[in-house]
Write a protein that binds this ligand. Structure first.
Ligand code: HPA
Length: 272
């Protein structure tokens, strides 16, 4: 459970560093961190300095909150995130979302690098998340509920806001960027999936699989933040191609998609 007092302590600390009041939040996945460097008048705050934040050491992730402006909007970006597979509790993984809410964030874009389970998709494709499947048997809202933050039994029929999804589709169409839509399955990691697990995940109805996003999306939804997810499909999931998966491949593909991703996200934020 997140405590209101902790959130307010983090909030005061951030407010001591910047007067910018962000209304849009973005969580940047593996290789997508450079978006944060495009923010103007930016303040960079290392996670290690923020009260009640855990410390992340994942390869390919910086670890700072960047607050600035872009496309006429005040934005708070997480450059690097906390993953369940690092051993963090889901309270730690999702605490930054509570802070975003306290800062005034109304709309959140969650991004990630993930594997394509749908064999019609290709590495380098961007996918708007329509829904998710939680394969981890854990949930960030488990434990006592803080009624100041949200309800005990949360409806999850539309975790990924339909109107904002349409905005992303509109902006992509205007920019001539093709985007996929699909269901994201959350896998704990840190191992990738086996070929048999990927067959199972496809049978269950997922189009992509990754190790993040779902906890943050659930807490954002619980916080009544309008949320969307954009996945960068960095590789075909295990067993689809006769080749092993590597983190290098994930980072390499994300790097290739970076320019398109930055353009799309900037265009989307302008409409938010
Ligand atoms: N599986 C899980 N997580 C991932 C993958 C994958 O294939 N690619 C990038 N993150």
């Amino acid at each position: 459970m997140h405590h209101t007092k902790d959130i307010l302590e983090s909030l005061s600390f951030i407010q001591s560093r910047t007067d910018i009041k962000p209304t849009v939040g973005i969580i940047l996945g593996s290789g997508l961190g450079p978006f944060a460097d495009t923010l103007e008048n930016a303040v960079h705050i290392p996670y290690s300095e923020i009260p009640h934040f855990a410390k992340s050491e994942a390869v390919g992730h910086a670890n700072e909150l960047v607050i600035g402006t872009i496309a006429g909007k005040n934005v708070v970006a997480m450059k690097g995130r906390f993953h369940y597979y690092e051993g963090f509790t889901l309270d730690q993984v999702t605490f930054p979302v509570r802070l975003m809410k306290a800062l005034g964030v109304e709309k959140l874009i969650i991004t990630n690098a993930c594997g394509a389970v749908n064999t019609d998709f290709n590495p380098g494709d961007l996918m708007i998340i329509t829904d998710h499947i939680n394969l981890t048997a854990n949930n960030p809202l488990m434990g006592p509920n803080n009624p100041e933050l949200g309800v005990r039994f949360l409806d999850v029929s539309e975790v990924y806001n339909k109107e904002l999804r349409q905005t992303i589709k509109d902006v992509a169409a205007e920019q001539g960027i093709s985007v996929r839509e699909g269901v994201y399955a959350w896998w704990t990691g840190p191992t990738y999936e086996t070929p048999a697990e990927i067959r199972m995940i496809r049978t269950l109805g997922a189009d992509a699989v990754g190790m993040s996003t779902v906890p943050e999306a659930l807490v954002a939804h619980h916080s009544q933040i309008k949320t969307v997810g954009i996945s960068c499909l960095t590789n075909m999931a295990c067993g689809i191609l006769e080749q092993p998966l590597s983190h290098d491949e994930v980072i390499e593909t994300a790097e290739k998609v970076k320019a398109t991703f930055l353009k799309l996200v900037t265009g989307v934020i302008a409409r938010f």
